[in-house]
Design a protein around this ligand. Sequence first.
Ligand SMILES: [Zn+2]
Length: 121
Amino acid sequence: MTSLVKMAHGYLEERSCLKFHEIDPRVVANRSDFTYIYYYFSGALENCCLKHYDDDLGRRMVLITPICRMPAEIAHVVLHALGVTHIRREPFNELAVRAKLFPSHVLCKNKLEKLRMFALD
Ligand SMILES: [Zn+2]
């Protein structure tokens, strides 16, 4: 599962200004001022686009399943974990995704190229 998560992070980092850092969940589990993504694998044959988050802080679980293990699929659920939502069976709001992938206060390498790729993806 670690390699799937790394591929999904790489997928997002290549297409955005996001940067992911691995941390030990035991270090942050009891912090009330911290949000982190927790990856969980389920062998159940279920869709991974299940849950949207209401809380601003805390653990955000990303479910990886046998039918949801491609980098783009996991990246989709990571967007949910980052707070981007969509109506069931409807696409994301592209502007909301763009704002999350390219925060205005964050500078990153190849930002213009990535923005062009975002528009074409
Ligand atoms: Zn979804």
